[in-house]
Design a protein around this ligand. Structure first.
Ligand code: NAD
Length: 460
């Protein structure tokens, strides 16, 4: 029977990163994957959604060409070509991940991995099952879209983000239930290609995890690109009939839509037989872990969506580092989760890191918020991307930077730099930012947090 130092279950960002890192640390490693290599992120999440968002971004730029002094004529979306481009991108990266695993000497098993006590891993594949042995196991089994019991997914009219990424044709209309990250990103894709999109969000605003100004600004900006949104509204039922659906709200309003996308979050998953076999302690649907990402079973770690911490690929990457180190005999612990940046790839984008203004208020921290906007930034205006704002949140008592929140065209690319500010008490004047760059808005907001920005007028 083949035996390995580490067996990883699941080939998403958490699983493949953990496998490669363990191999780099000279462990013998196997990875078991029952579906496509790359997990949700690569196959039905981050990457295909970004490919479609990139296509519609180009479309929008082309439609605005006259503002730039260009005459392009009529510009149209070709949904079939957008889809095949997206699929080719996914396929390319899938091959890439498989190749990386191979290059690092990771043995890949195709099938469902079922972990039992004493390091036994059964692999149930298409052609039968086999057993391998592991000294350490890392569970990286991911998550699935949350279904609403009274109107479950049917894959045709009531769909999850998985189907929304691969519809055969552009629907005439779509109601999106949930104004979180997936809801807002998919709304941007479909609205740009001519679908009438309405988002229904149960809480008070879109992107309710961010500060209220973000939701207010996004509601206004999404409206400008044709996306209606209704916040503070509960959906009471969805009735499928005649090639579409009627979506009933608690307020009595009924919305007609060809497709209903349910985007109300994701739920951690782990194989039932593994949970039972190992007697794994759960926290809700997620596998319970400690700071070292150890589960309740000896020599078994868990990471990524399966532990329900961030539901973010880059959160899984961070957890993979810690679990891989520990599985290889080191002693690592996860850092604080509020330092994992959040990034939403809408038009405009949203990104944040650290503590929000509302979190600081809940913690009883008095803050002073530095603000700067993109409309006074030379490069942003030259790009016709003057929408949005950066806020840097300073603890008024001791000057510590608590958090940064940004809305604007390319803020997802700037949030890693903003991450470096969190916890610092430094004024930024000595840090040289190239001019003109969009990133100067971060410097302005940082300086404004100390009341010393050159380009933000003094506050009254
Ligand atoms: P989410 O948690 O971001 O948003 C779900 C939204 O649905 C929330 O705003 C919630 O208030 C709302 N909601 C819940 N029940 C509702 C109901 N019955 N009616 C109306 N609204 C309701 O979840 P998501 O957008 O589904 O995304 C799933 C996960 O995938 C998230 O954890 C997200 O972080 C991750 N994801 C990340 C990215 C990214 O990083 N760019 C992109 C897509 C998904």
């Amino acid at each position: 029977m083949a035996a390995f130092d580490v067996v990883v279950i699941g080939g998403g960002p958490g699983g493949y990163a953990a496998a490669i890192r363990c191999a780099q640390k000279k462990a013998s490693v196997a990875l078991v994957e029952k579906a496509d290599m790359g997990g949700t992120c690569l196959n039905t999440g981050c990457i295909p959604s970004k490919a479609l968002l990139a296509s519609v971004h180009f479309l929008t730029l082309a439609r605005h060409a006259s503002l730039m002094g260009l005459e392009l004529g009529e510009v149209k979306a070709n949904w079939g070509k957008m889809q095949s481009r997206k699929d080719a991108i996914v396929m390319g990266f899938r091959k890439g991940v498989t190749g990386l695993l191979q290059a690092n000497g990771v043995k890949v098993y195709e099938g469902r991995g079922i972990v039992g006590p004493g390091g036994k891993v059964k692999i149930a594949g298409i052609g039968g099952s086999e057993e391998i042995m592991a000294k350490k196991v890392i569970l990286a089994t991911g998550s699935v879209p949350i279904e609403i019991g009274s109107f479950p997914f049917d894959g045709r009219t009531i769909i999850s983000s998985t189907e929304a990424l691969s519809l055969d044709a552009i629907p005439a209309s779509m109601v999106i239930i949930g104004g979180g990250i997936i809801g807002c990103e998919m709304a941007c894709v479909y609205a740009a290609v001519g679908c009438k999109v309405t988002i229904v969000e149960a809480l008070d605003s879109l992107l309710p995890n961010e500060d209220a100004w973000v939701g207010a600004l996004m509601t206004k900006e999404l409206k400008k690109i044709g996306i209606d949104s209704m916040a503070g509204q509960k959906v009471t039922g969805v009735a499928v009939a005649g090639g579409g659906a009627k979506v009933s709200l608690a307020s009595g309003t009924v919305l007609d839509a060809e497709k209903v996308l349910v985007a109300v979050g994701r739920r951690a998953v782990c194989d039932k037989e593994t949970i039972e076999g190992l007697g794994l302690k759960l926290s809700g649907p997620a596998i319970a872990v400690n700071e070292k990402l150890e589960t309740s079973a000896p020599d078994v770690y868990a990471i990524g969506d399966a532990v329900g911490t961030t539901y973010l690929a880059h959160g899984a990457f961070m957890e993979a580092e810690v679990a891989a180190a520990n599985a290889c005999g080191e002693d690592e612990r996860m850092g604080p989760y509020y330092l994992v940046p959040r990034a939403v790839y809408t038009f405009p984008e949203v990104a944040s890191v650290g503590r929000s203004e509302k979190k600081c208020a809940e913690m009883g921290i008095e803050t002073y918020v530095g603000k700067a906007n993109f409309r006074t930034n030379g490069r942003s205006v030259a790009h016709n991307e003057g929408i949005g704002e950066v806020r840097v949140i300073r603890n008024a008592a001791d000057d510590e930077i608590m958090g940064v929140t940004m809305v604007g065209a390319t803020v997802t690319e700037m949030i890693a730099a903003a991450r470096a500010l969190i916890g610092s008490k430094e004024k930024i004047t000595e840090v040289c930012f190239p001019h003109p760059t969009v990133s100067e808005v971060l410097k302005e907001a940082w300086e404004d947090a100390f009341g010393i920005s050159l380009h933000v007028p003094p506050r009254k």
